[in-house]
Design a protein around this ligand. Structure first.
Ligand code: SAH
Length: 228
């Protein structure tokens, strides 16, 4: 069972959208656990100060290592400690699979200009980014990462919803999908999909997946060829 502990100054954000739909149902069923810890509870003054000005000058505030360290030391239960960070490794579906095997994840959500570098060194923290853009806080990034991870936990997706053909699972984007009505605004669902010939359908879907990947994400195709 996965237990995710989130260290944040906005615990009220959680579970947020993780409390709805598949991830929410899995939370209710105890397939995973989520605990949001308020970093301010570990502050040393009565105002709950967690940040200070950057050494060497510059804009914004930095989260203090002593307060963050106390929050980590009181809450760590083993496993990986992750800091959601634009400087981290960009999260991929492969990383998501690996994270879904973990028992404990301690996730630090930065605010302001981020956290003191020494915290990362001291606790051997892994930095993970969700993409090359800047958010206001790590909470949003943590929720997106957990959404992707929890979806892969056994029992979260029904049997009918298999992940193996989804985008990125084989370094391929997914083939185009259709449903009824068969004709809509003069556009028909490709005949092959209505043929009932499973082998030809699978072949068509594979060709389509290759084509769309070649066009939109040639970088993925190269990765796929490396694996073969
Ligand atoms: N000054 C930092 C950005 C701080 S943004 C820099 O230039 O790198 C504030 C917080 O939001 C960060 O501490 C981090 O926890 C979170 N964050 C912002 N963008 C993110 C991203 N792309 N992925 C993961 N976390 C992100």
């Amino acid at each position: 069972m996965l237990k995710a502990k989130i260290l944040t100054i906005f615990p009220e954000i959680f579970p947020g959208f993780l409390g709805t739909s598949l991830t929410g149902k899995a939370l209710d069923e105890g397939i995973w656990q989520l605990e949001a810890v308020n970093i301010r509870d570990y502050a040393f003054d009565k105002h709950g100060s967690v940040d200070d000005t950057p050494c060497g000058g510059g804009a914004g505030m930095i989260m203090r290592p002593d307060v963050l360290g106390a929050a980590i030391e009181h809450n760590f239960e083993g496993g990986k400690i992750i800091y959601m960070s634009p400087k981290g490794k960009t999260l991929t579906q492969k990383d998501v699979h690996a994270l879904s095997q973990e028992q404990n994840l301690t996730i630090i959500c930065g605010r302001f200009e981020g956290i003191d570098e020494r915290v990362i060194e001291e606790y051997g923290i892994e930095e993970i980014s969700i993409g090359d853009y800047i958010l206001t806080g790590g909470e949003q990034a943590a929720m997106i990462m957990l959404d992707a991870v929890v979806r892969l936990l056994p029992g979260v997706l029904g049997n009918a919803q298999s992940t193996e053909n989804e985008s990125f699972e084989q370094n391929l984007l997914e083939y185009p999908q259709y449903t009824r009505p068969i004709e809509w605004k003069g556009r028909k669902v490709p005949d092959i999909l209505m043929s009932g010939h499973h082998e030809n359908i699978a072949k068509w879907q594979r060709q389509q997946a290759l084509q769309i990947t070649r066009k939109r994400r040639p970088d993925l195709l190269e990765k796929m060829l490396d694996l073969e």
